[in-house]
Design a protein around this ligand. Structure first.
Ligand code: ADP
Ligand code: MG
Length: 697
């Protein structure tokens, strides 16, 4: 099987498989459930389950699993075989509708942020029929949502599905008012570009920091970094190319439209972009992409690093969440369109995003934050920590004209826009794009560039979907009541530009001037993950999530706790790993080097020839001084870590201490070690250096 058309989707129980294998009535009922979110009755589920099982078994599957996305950020699965025992002790292969729709999962070891008390460890998984089932490793994977027994969400899919629903509902209300009679559904679409590093497994195995934390905790810059710009879009090395080909095939089998693969800015860094799809499927697919990147790499003797900042001094990795909204009648709501009517509708939806992103900038910021991304955001390689929207000069000018326009005809959409009857065709230029903006309009979609490379894209999407849904609800309320529709549209646009226009910024987001300007505009500048987490408890944020039925107050509190714990655990592991490597590998190596110099001095002195040994003594002094600093830094980090572990009741304060004290200590320890790395003989230095790791494939 070599033709892409034969491989593509061959392991997916997709629409064409369903159409071919299900009785017509069952297919129709299932389609209705998928398209309209109606409940599926058990009889139909039984037929679907049995067809799925037969299909899976024909493809060699023996097991099935309810595949879910707990708040660890990765996926989880529990495998059951299709085998059941008959009364006379024989084995039959069975899979019922009940088993398809709902699974039990003992979730006591997944983070719940206090939502489940230990004695109530049960959770359940519910089939998400809007994302197709697939086969991987002889197992049928059924995408599911994961809830506690009392119904609280314990995963990243449930809020995403809820946000898709509320966004659709409110977008449709607005669209109906624009006369779109056939629109019954609006679906957010997403294409997530994924960056990653590939390194040789032999190097990886020698670095405990990579093994335990995913990033290098030590390492001085290699003589060469990314300054020559010779890696970006460079020719792909044979070993990497064969990995990419293999990866594409595996992804295609799962129905993932892996499209673009290229080298990225940093040495050993690459990117993969799939073609966009619905945000729910895109989120599942991104999880699969991350998983397959890792497993396929191993087959090639490589390790894929998804950490946001695996190496200091060269760029880290992110994920660009391209987002738009499309309707069941084929409109992309962020395509400006060609007619004035389409233009106005576009401008209103554009304003919904502007208002949503401005008012919920803190939630959007949080969705791009994690411990790894703290190393990137705001450091001239990734968007600043300040949320702003790039619209481009043309579009910004049009909005400004609408605000300043005075004599606007009230009853005619065509004349809504001042000076322009229709929007000029907006340039879709990929070359002079503003790459420093965290949230850029790119012609017919938005590109949210803040997500971390290791993160699930779910929260970036559910916060954005919910915020936009809420704003559209406010617009719909106003428009439904309005006596004069056009006038009201106009006044909404004006209000948004006046009240939320501060979020629009087309300049250089990496500049210091922007930081000052943003402060003047009153835009939040949330510098770190821990500080961003605090926004989960803000009343306005709880209110919007509750109103749109995406999270309850309790669920927001639980996410707050889980996020803080995630930070604490991450830094704790990093600090412990740093101490382990320092004490057992690096300090002994440095002392060995020191001793060798001392020995050389003695030997030269004793050999009876009078020579200048100042080089040896200078080097000894320099080494000894750094070694003693090294030892001191180890003690300081140990003390800080012990304080962090034992002296806090409040999780937020504890997390802040990890950030401000433990993390700061780690940085100073690293500086000393990196200096030592530059003088200790390479034959003695016990771990591979950046030069060894980054330029090895
Ligand atoms: P660009 O060159 O402007 O970055 P691409 O066409 O390469 O744009 O797209 C980048 C990503 O955006 C791809 O994953 C692509 O599938 C996705 N994308 C394109 N259109 C949409 C859309 N309407 N909704 C969501 N994602 C989209
Ligand atoms: Mg991009």
């Amino acid at each position: 099987m070599n033709l892409i058309s034969q491989i593509f989707g061959s392991n997916v129980y997709n629409d064409s498989v369903m159409r071919e294998r299900l009785p017509k009535a069952t297919y129709k009922a299932l389609k209705k459930t998928i398209d309209e979110g109606l409940p599926l009755d058990f009889e139909i589920a039984d037929v679907v389950a049995s067809s799925m099982k037969d299909w899976a078994i024909e493809k060699g599957a023996t097991h099935y699993t309810h595949w879910f996305q707990p708040m660890t950020g990765i996926t989880a699965e529990k495998h059951d075989s299709f085998i059941n025992a008959t009364a006379d002790g024989k084995a039959i292969l069975e899979f019922s509708g009940r088993e398809l729709i709902k699974g039990e999962a003992d979730g006591s070891s997944f983070p719940s942020g206090g939502l489940r008390v230990t004695f109530e460890a049960r959770g359940y998984t519910a089939w998400d029929c809007t994302s197709p089932a697939f086969i991987k490793n002889n197992t049928l994977y059924i995408p599911t949502a994961f809830c506690s027994y009392t119904g609280e969400t314990l995963d990243k899919k449930t809020p995403l599905l809820r946000s898709i629903e509320c966004l659709s509902k409110n977008a449709v209300r607005v669209l109906k008012l624009f006369g779109n009679e056939n629109v019954t559904k609006a679906t957010p679409t997403v294409g997530a570009e994924q960056e990653y590093f590939l390194i040789d497994k032999k190097m990886y195995d020698k670095r405990k920091d990579l093994i335990f934390t995913g990033r290098t905790l030590f390492g001085s810059k290699a003589p060469k970094g990314q300054e020559m710009d010779d890696h970006y879009y460079g020719s792909i090395k044979a070993r990497v190319s064969s990995f990419m080909k293999d990866l594409d095939r595996e992804l295609w089998k799962l129905g993932i439209f892996a499209k673009t693969e290229h080298n990225e800015v940093a040495p050993a860094q690459h990117e993969l972009a799939p073609i966009f799809t619905t945000s729910n499927i895109a989120t599942d697919h991104n999880q699969l992409i991350m998983e397959l990147l890792k497993t396929v790499a191993l087959k090639h003797g490589l390790v894929c690093l998804l950490h946001e900042k695996p190496f200091a001094g060269v760029n880290g990795s992110g994920k660009h969440n391209n987002w738009s909204l499309s309707t069941n009648d084929g409109q992309n709501l962020f395509d400006p369109g060609k007619t004035p009517h389409e233009n106005v509708q576009f401008l209103l939806f554009l304003c919904a995003v502007i208002k949503a992103v401005d008012e919920y900038a803190d939630l959007i910021r949080l969705s791009g934050a994690n411990p790894g991304n703290d190393h990137r955001l705001g450091t001239s390689e990734a968007p600043p920590s300040i949320i702003s929207i790039f619209l481009g000069d043309e579009l910004t000018k049009i909005l400004e004209q609408i605000v300043s326009g005075e004599n606007i005809e009230t009853n005619c959409l065509e004349k809504l826009m001042v000076g322009v009857k229709t929007l000029p065709e907006l340039r879709k230029d990929t070359t002079d794009r503003n790459r420093t903006s965290p949230f850029a309009f790119t012609g017919n979609k938005f590109e949210f560039r803040m997500v971390g490379s290791s993160a699930s894209i779910a929260s970036a999407n559910f916060f954005l979907n919910t915020a936009v849904a809420d704003v559209l609800e406010q617009f719909a309320d106003r428009l439904e009541k309005a006596k004069d529709f056009s006038k009201e549209v106009n006044s909404i646009i004006k209000d948004v530009v006046k009240e939320n226009g501060r979020i629009i910024f087309n300049g250089n987001g990496y500049s210091d001037e922007w930081v000052k300007e943003a402060e003047r505009r009153g835009l939040p500048n949330i510098k770190s993950y821990v500080e961003a987490i605090a926004c989960l408890l803000k009343e306005k944020n709880i209110a919007v999530m509750e109103k749109q039925k995406v999270f309850s107050r309790v669920e927001m509190h639980s996410r707050y706790e889980i996020s803080l714990e995630k930070y604490i655990k991450t830094i704790n592991i990093e600090a412990m790993t740093m101490l382990e490597i320092s004490k057992r590998q690096l300090l002994p190596a440095c002392i060995k080097f020191e001793t060798e110099i001392a020995r050389s001095i003695n030997e030269i002195k004793n050999c009876g020839v009078e020579v200048d040994i100042s080089a040896n003594t200078d080097l000894l002094k320099e080494t000894a001084s750094l070694v003693s600093q090294f030892k001191k830094e180890i003690s300081l980090l140990e003390n800080s870590l012990s304080k962090a572990q034992h002296s806090f009741e409040d999780t937020f304060e504890q997390a802040m201490f990890y950030r401000q004290d433990v993390f700061a200590r780690m940085e100073t320890l690293r500086t000393v070690v990196d200096e030592l790395e530059c003088i200790v003989a390479s034959s003695i230095w016990p771990i591979p250096t950046y030069a060894d790791i980054l330029f090895n494939i």
